[in-house]
Design a protein. Structure first.
Length: 237
């Protein structure tokens, strides 16, 4: 089963359209072909996705949080959430309001990933945050090539690995099949890809190279990926 996971980027209680990781420029979702609201709970009610990736952009930027809203969404569907966790206290907070905690290389250390995987086995997803193909991190232990980092994670009891290329987010620019095929080949965990997925051709390509899932938002709102596929959460050739 290939997982097609709907994305909600939340800022100040509103679902916003993320573009290239330039958070100061994000605007509320508008012009969607599948819903006419930028209110996260209303979007969830209309689209009824089986699984949702949530990025709390306020928390990621240390400008407040959307914890109450994330918890309400978690009461309606399965969630994985990135709140920019930097320590175990953050991880525990996120574990209370979502099904799965996302630890992104942008904010989390490798040591935190190791400890969180022991504390919450199977409930930690690691997001390899990339900018121009380079791992975005402040931790020297993760300042390596993406494939090498994937290998380092193989021995830890985490859930999925997310490969998120920020420069492609919200652009519909397509995927780098060769790079992603190499990542999938060395990972003992399921690999989920985010950033730039434009249509069903990309979904087919990801499936063929061994990727297990995709994070989608823009392609759903534009109608290029049928909303029924995020509801059933599976797609077969």
């Amino acid at each position: 089963m290939f997982r097609i996971i709907f994305v909600l980027d939340i800022q100040k209680g509103t679902a916003v359209h993320a573009i290239r990781g330039e958070r100061s420029k994000y605007q509320p979702v508008a012009g969607s072909k599948v819903c006419d609201s930028s209110a996260p709970l209303e979007i969830i009610q209309v689209l009824s996705p089986r699984e949702v990736y949530i990025a709390d952009l306020d928390r990621l930027q240390h400008q407040g949080d959307n914890f109450d809203l994330i918890e309400k969404i978690s009461g309606k569907t399965r969630t994985m959430a990135d709140i920019g966790a930097e320590n175990m206290n953050d991880v525990e907070k996120c574990a209370k309001i979502s099904d799965t905690v996302i630890l992104g290389t942008e904010t989390a250390s490798f040591e935190l990933i190791e400890k969180a995987a022991v504390r919450f086995p199977g409930r930690i997803n690691v997001s390899i945050d990339l900018k121009g193909g380079k791992v975005l991190t402040k931790d020297s232990n993760m300042d390596v090539e993406p494939a090498e980092l994937v290998k380092l994670l193989n021995d830890h009891e985490i859930g999925d690995i997310i490969v998120l290329e920020l420069t492609r987010v919200g652009t519909g620019a397509g995927i780098d099949e060769g790079f992603l095929k190499d990542i999938a080949a060395v990972s003992s965990h399921d690999v989920i890809v985010g950033g730039g997925i434009k249509d069903m051709d990309d979904i087919e390509a990801l499936k063929q190279i061994g990727i297990s899932g995709a994070l989608v938002a823009t392609a759903v709102h534009s109608g290029k990926i049928p909303v029924e596929l995020i509801r059933t959460n599976s797609w077969k050739s």
